[in-house]
Design a protein around this ligand. Structure first.
Ligand SMILES: NC(=O)c1ccc[n+]([C@@H]2O[C@H](COP(=O)([O-])OP(=O)(O)OC[C@H]3O[C@@H](n4cnc5c(N)ncnc54)[C@H](OP(=O)(O)O)[C@@H]3O)[C@@H](O)[C@H]2O)c1
Length: 256
């Protein structure tokens, strides 16, 4: 039986990964900050699918939290076969509206934690000659959208580069770039769902199904929806200035 460690499992895309991987028979290590929610989720997954689900409470915006997950990933007696770096959030407002401390926290969770956890996992996986890492980025990686888009662009660039560097090691890496997915993300980030056109919304379970198909195909980048694939293609051709006007306004109230 294989074991997957997922960060940010208690809601949204992470919860969809946990349900799907448990249904496929993987044991799980569930990581997030809310211990009660983690314990309830672990019990539910165990009851429904008969898998072992361990709880690891960690705040990935803190060094101690990242270190605790690194330690678990480095445990060679209980190896992790698949790491899903999924935990993440959006800050409220445009650049200079969100406090700098919140922007730095985002960089810590989206970039430093992803780098450190990927490294802890990949080192052990390379020794074993097998394993995989899925880093959840965003379609925002391809559009100018403040610190959030920039941090997700880093996730894509880092993951694609690392995937190439580890190509013959048996360790596979993939960056996952969903568009708007119905989760708790938008309420937490102060984005009003009705400000996003209904055709742009994706379902978390479908995103995970497509992502796992792409991962099985050996892709280093997954954009799990044809509409968003087309948008990304167009974005490469559009002038950056025009692109930033559109991307900085989606899901946000008009500028004062
Ligand atoms: N929803 C979208 O439209 C969308 C689109 C593209 C990409 N994404 C990306 O997908 C990932 C998951 O987002 P989601 O939409 O599923 O969000 P969500 O529903 O808000 O879930 C976020 C999860 O991350 C955990 N988390 C947040 N901050 C954390 C921290 N400091 N340390 C540890 N865990 C933390 C949360 O649990 P606790 O609060 O208990 O810690 C929760 O389990 C994120 O990386 C996001 O950027 C989302």
């Amino acid at each position: 039986m294989t074991t997957a460690l997922i960060t940010g499992t208690t809601a949204g895309i992470g919860a969809a990964f946990a349900s799907r991987l448990a249904a496929d028979g993987h044991n799980l290590v569930l990581v997030a900050r809310d211990e009660k929610r983690l314990r309830d989720q672990a019990a539910d997954l165990h009851d429904r699918h008969g898998v072992e689900a361990d709880v690891l409470r960690a705040d990935l915006s803190e060094d101690d939290g990242i270190a605790a997950v690194e330690e678990r990933l480095g445990d060679r007696k209980h190896p992790i076969d698949l790491l899903v770096n999924n935990a993440g959030f959006g800050n409220k407002g445009r650049y200079l509206e969100a406090p700098l401390a919140d922007e730095l926290r985002m960089m810590k969770v989206h970039c430093e934690a992803v780098l450190r956890l990927t490294t802890a996992a990949a080192e052990t996986m390379r020794t074993r000659g097998r394993g995989g890492v899925i880093n959840v980025a965003s379609i925002a990686a391809f559009f100018p959208r403040g610190t959030y888009g920039a941090s997700k662009a880093w996730v894509v660039q880092f993951t694609q580069g690392a995937a190439r560097d580890l190509a013959s090691s048996g360790v596979r890496l993939m960056a996952l770039c969903p568009g708007f997915v119905r989760t708790e993300f938008h309420a937490r980030a102060g984005i009003k769902p009705d400000s996003v056109p209904s055709w742009m919304w994706l379902d978390a379970d479908k995103v995970v199904t497509e992502a796992l198909k792409d991962f099985a195909r050996g892709k280093a980048l997954s954009i799990p929806d044809p509409r968003y694939k087309a948008m990304t293609g167009l974005a490469k051709l559009a002038p950056r200035a025009a692109l930033s006007v559109v991307s900085s306004n989606v899901g946000r109230p008009p500028k004062r």
